[in-house]
Design a protein around this ligand. Structure first.
Ligand code: DHB
Ligand code: FE
Length: 281
């Protein structure tokens, strides 16, 4: 049987990708971040999954305002790299796991989650920056990745509660897959940030700290946080944090904290990072 054994949470700041690709990770600005990720990279190398379900948001690289799925799963064999801003990053294509992805789509629909099934889409920094943070710069990514896209760009995004329930449905789905697979689930984006208008640059360390504490200890309570609170307290792009609730719920209630890191500033955001393992894995 397949099993979700660990969850990794990380911001997906595009400037972090540019630092990796441009070789500036050890300068004064970035070295405090990348030094802390040395531990995470070692943990990742020691705990290699067969498949990662990578929950992220697209930033108008694959979808634009013509088509806005709320939840979309990548079912193809591979995914090309795209991006806005700095353009496509020089990283390997992402290799998918179509059998598990189709199984998930069929299973979660029985739990009332109607996913958009994507047989051809490109993935951007929302997905590639966390991969680079955890795996460095390999010629090929060392495991398969199922891209799982959540709309947090165009209102209305899903609620935290919907994301929490989806995480539970994903865990059920994976545990019904009839093959021994070690699966990790990642939640990306966040933490507090606002990229535009008069509150641009907003950082709310107190709110972020409480988010991390509650995500670990009582994610169901955290799932009650309203859209309005995310925007007011964490900024307009802080809503990306609902994706962390998908990953946290998918891991199950009892977890061990392996890594926790919070750093300000990183580009326009507070950079947050967690590694959790299932307690009985
Ligand atoms: C930044 C952060 C993001 O999450 C993003 O998608 C784009 C930009 C930033 O901090 O610059
Ligand atoms: Fe983003």
């Amino acid at each position: 049987m397949a099993r979700i054994t660990s969850a990794v949470f990380s911001s997906h700041i595009p400037a972090v990708g540019a630092a990796i690709d441009g070789g500036t990770t050890d300068n004064e600005y970035w070295s405090p971040v990348f030094k802390r990720f040395e531990f995470s990279k070692q943990w990742q190398a020691d705990n290699k999954p067969d498949v990662i379900i990578l929950v992220y948001n697209d930033h108008a690289s694959a979808f634009d305002l013509r088509v806005v799925p709320t939840f979309a799963i990548g079912c193809s064999e591979s995914f090309e790299i795209a991006d806005e801003g700095w353009g496509p990053r020089p990283v390997p294509p992402v290799i998918g796991h179509p059998d598990l992805a189709w199984h998930i789509a069929q299973s979660v629909i029985l739990d009332s989650f109607d996913l958009t099934i994507c047989n051809d889409f490109k993935v951007d920094h929302g997905l590639t920056v966390p991969l680079s943070l955890m795996f460095g710069q390999p010629d090929a990514w060392p495991c398969k990745v199922i891209p799982f896209m959540v709309n947090v760009i165009q209102y209305p995004p899903p609620t935290g509660k919907r994301c929490f329930d989806l995480g539970n449905a994903l865990r059920n789905a994976v545990e019904k897959f009839d093959e021994d697979l070690n699966v990790h689930i990642w939640g990306t984006g966040g933490m507090s940030h606002q990229l535009q208008y008069t509150r641009a640059g907003l950082i709310n360390k107190e709110w972020d700290t409480n988010f991390l504490n509650t995500l670990i200890a009582d994610p169901e309570e955290l799932s009650k946080t309203s859209h309005t609170e995310y925007i007011r307290e964490a900024g307009s792009e802080g809503i990306e944090l609902v994706m962390w609730l998908v990953a946290r719920a998918a891991l199950g209630a009892q977890v061990n904290e392996i890594q926790r890191f919070y750093h300000v500033p990183a580009s326009n955001t507070a950079l947050g990072h967690l590694i959790l393992e299932k307690a009985d894995s």
